[in-house]
Write a protein that binds this ligand. Structure first.
Ligand code: ADP
Ligand code: ZN
Ligand code: ZN
Length: 754
């Protein structure tokens, strides 16, 4: 048997992670070590035994074998915060595919060399009379600045340094001369940076509704009996979910435990934070991308030191090192932003469950339109589900009209605005009320459809839309199937079969032609390039500076606009025909949210959904705000086609500068999977008799970015663990092949079109 070597890190401060040391694995430890394992190793000249962590195992020795020492053994089981973070990194590495170093960099805060915040104060040493006599002297000598400071000192015993140099306008030299004279001294103290700057005002506490109270009671009945569970709260916006989260957190704090609140980045508004701050004051902090590295690091230090009980932030807040975490709340759990877009491509929902397991914490997921994953698990009894069925602060759901665009065309209307939408927009302009026009382009990848009958070109093997590519070919991004662009609709024979194109700019122009003088605001990738532009557009719309806001999915979140009484969805088909299996789910969520934007204020709202597929269940269910029926239809499709959450899917992306090389590597890797198939699925025979399925390779949806070609293939199987084995096998193969100028990424159960 070959000798096994381990790469070990001895210092887990972030910037030292890449420094590893190689040790030999003794026979006694063979088979017991995995990346992430904690070991004791002899270190330095004195061979002092210290703790280290295995980051990789292999059979190649990078140094002269006689210079390599043996691992001494494994320490007693430890459960410090540090060990938990390492265990978490090991879990991420195994389940999402990356190196141990990448996983550690994900979970550990970047260490900052920045010092703590310093506060300097001038503290009076002499008594008041002595100061006053010095003051008299200065006034006689016309030392104005010095006199100003002495006067202030005579009135208060300590003065913050910034105030002296700022407000008082006294120079550092003058302060020094006062210190020299023995009248006062400078004292410094340190503190962590606190990004939350708010005035504490205790807000009124609502008495919980019966539905809300049941959740709180049940969660703590479990918790106090030692049962840790995952809960799913299904309730529309305004049904009181946030109130329940805060109540649960309060109860956790009373039990000496801490809480992490995850929210999609874009939803973290001043208002959200204010609500938590009013309840928990300085015990709450935030973590998000606008914080400086020093501020981020300090929030972790504050959590460790017990200075805070609650942290609010996007998915990375999950790694806040609380000493005794009791609860993880994940609001709007269906949001795609919970999935990391870079390696390791972890999903915050699954990772939250793992964090909770390590800490013995409970998890609460909340959503108005739960992800298929969460609802499916709840249905199987893995999560406990609660429903909040009514809005607590009034606001009727809007009336929804679905317009069949095929019929509009037949009856001679070629405008992008249906007659119903035109009629309602004119009415709002007359009344001085606001309208939102929504273009749900998310996931949009250039599908082709018939304008007469609505038929969409789909892959015969994968049941997802084909995308139009240069040269007029249609292609499936899952399996690579391709066909020429048809000249006539295969269903009705019409020649109106075309690619679908629509942009926010074009809509704005048409709107201005139709209603000269209409005031518009546009929100899309182009108008939100700069940092504050997103907030700026929303607040100017809230201030009534425009009649119509036109935008992509960005506008369905964030502010409430009480004056908006009409929402128009211009082409529901855009997201419905995205070329991936989540198209229906995404459309249902976007439409439900968009429709819900109308009539949030005192006035009732209306919504118009324009579509070529008015009978599609994602559209009929969104119009009726009927989640349950949508779920039943959608889960059936996932079952029939073997898509998540019923089965699992691993995307393997290959990036390379040379197209041919990328394609060849992709092909060779699919061969590796295919030739190992019996072995891999054989191992799981008892659990499932389903075979591994390989789709592709195919050019990625965006097949080239910055001159890097992108190929992708998919592996499907009913069991997640089988796919983890496939990934392990591929990682091993890649270690042997060492492909040059190529990178490979793994994405389990992808949430976006790759
Ligand atoms: P969600 O998070 O589901 O959107 P919120 O918790 O924000 O719902 O509640 C919506 C509104 O109802 C808020 O203004 C909140 O203050 C109010 N609210 C929540 N719970 C109650 C309650 N038990 N009694 C009265 N008002 C409540
Ligand atoms: Zn047709
Ligand atoms: Zn296909």
């Amino acid at each position: 048997m070959n000798t096994l070597y381990a790469d070990i890190i001895v210092d887990i401060s972030h910037e030292k992670l890449d420094r590893t040391f190689q040790y030999r694995v003794p026979e006694s430890l063979r088979g017991r070590l995995e990346p992430g394992a904690c070991v004791m190793i002899p270190f330095g000249n004195g061979n002092r035994l210290i703790k280290g962590y295995v980051v990789a195992l292999g059979e190649t020795c990078q140094f002269a074998p006689e210079k390599i020492k043996d691992i001494a053994g494994m320490p007693e089981k430890e459960t410090g915060v540090e060990d938990k973070m390492i265990a978490l990194a090991a879990w991420i590495r195994r389940n999402y595919g990356c190196t141990m170093i990448q996983a550690l960099k994900t979970v550990l805060p970047a260490k900052q060399s920045v010092k703590k915040l310093e506060h300097r104060q001038l503290v009076r040493l002499m008594n008041r009379e002595e100061i006053l006599s010095l003051l008299g002297e200065c006034e006689r000598k016309k030392q104005v600045a010095k006199a100003r400071l002495l006067k202030a000192l005579s009135e208060q015993e300590t003065i913050p340094y910034e105030w002296i140099t700022g407000k008082l306008g006294v120079s550092a030299a003058t302060v020094n001369s006062i210190v020299k004279s023995g009248a006062a001294k400078l004292v410094s103290s340190e503190s962590y940076r606190n990004p939350v700057k708010m005035q504490s005002v205790e807000a009124v506490r609502n008495t919980l509704s019966e539905e809300q109270q049941t959740i709180v009671t049940e969660v703590f009945a479990d918790f106090d009996a030692g049962r840790r569970q995952t809960y799913l709260i299904h309730g529309i916006t305004g049904s009181g979910k946030t109130e329940v989260y805060m109540r649960l957190i309060g109860e956790m704090i009373a039990r000496g435990r801490q809480a992490i609140v995850l929210i999609p980045e874009i939803a973290l508004t001043y208002q959200t934070l204010l609500r938590f701050y009013q309840r928990f004051g300085d015990r709450v902090s935030v973590m998000n991308s606008t914080l400086s590295p020093g501020e981020k690091y300090d929030q972790c230090e504050r959590a460790k030191a017990g200075e805070i009980d609650v942290i609010i932030g996007p998915r990375s807040a999950l790694f806040t090192p609380f000493p005794s975490l009791g609860l993880i709340v994940m609001d709007e759990e269906q949001e795609n932003s919970y999935k990391s877009e870079s390696t390791p491509k972890y999903h915050a929902r699954e990772t939250a469950l793992e964090v909770a397991k390590l800490y013995g914490a409970s998890v609460v997921l909340g959503s108005a339109t739960p992800s298929l994953e969460a609802y499916y698990r709840a249905g199987k009894g893995e999560y406990r589900m609660f429903q909040l069925t009514r809005r607590l602060t009034g606001g009727e759901l809007p009336t929804v009209y679905t317009v069949d665009l095929r019929q509009e065309l037949q009856e001679g209307n070629r405008s992008i605005f249906s007659r119903k939408l035109q009629e309602l927009m004119a009415d709002r302009l007359n009344k001085g009320q606001q309208t939102i026009l929504f273009l749900n382009r998310r996931g949009y990848a250039g599908f082709v459809s018939c304008r007469s009958c609505g038929e969409v070109m789909k892959c015969p093997h994968c049941d997802v839309s084909l995308s139009e590519h240069k040269g007029g070919r249609l292609i499936c991004h899952y399996c690579g199937y391709t066909q020429p662009m048809p000249k006539l609709c295969p269903k009705c024979g019409s020649k109106y079969i075309l690619g679908f194109k629509a942009g926010t700019q074009q809509i704005e122009e048409k709107l201005k032609e139709l209603y000269p003088g209409v005031r518009t605001l546009r929100m899309d990738a182009d108008t939100t390039r700069t940092k504050d532009s997103y907030e700026k557009i929303l607040s100017s719309f809230a201030n009534g500076e425009a009649d119509v806001l036109i935008g992509t999915q960005m506008i369905v979140k964030g502010h409430d606009f009480p004056k908006v009484t009409l929402v128009g969805i211009l082409a529901a088909d855009l997201s419905l025909n995205a070329s991936d299996y989540r198209a229906g789910e995404r459309t249902f969520q976007l439409l439900t949210q968009a429709v819900g934007r109308a009539g949030r204020g005192a006035l009732p709202g209306e919504a118009v959904i324009q579509t070529y597929q008015p009978d599609h269940y994602a559209i009929t269910c969104a119009a009726a705000q009927d989640y349950e029926n949508f779920y039943q239809e959608e889960i059936l499709y996932r079952e029939l086609s073997g898509y998540p959450p019923v089965a699992h899917m691993l995307a393997v992306q290959i990036y390379g500068k040379e197209e041919e090389n990328a394609k060849q590597l992709a092909l060779r890797l699919t061969d590796v999977v295919k030739s190992n198939m019996d072995f891999l699925s054989g191992k799981q025979k008892e659990q499932s008799n389903k075979k591994i399925q390989v789709l592709g390779p195919a050019p990625a949806n965006i097949s080239k970015i910055n001159d890097i070609y992108r190929y992708v293939f998919y592996v499907k199987h009913a069991e997640y663990d089988v796919l983890v084995e496939v990934k392990d096998r591929l990682e091993e193969t890649l270690r042997q092949w060492q492909p040059r100028q190529m990178s490979i990424q793994f994405d389990f159960d992808p949430v976006s079109v790759l």
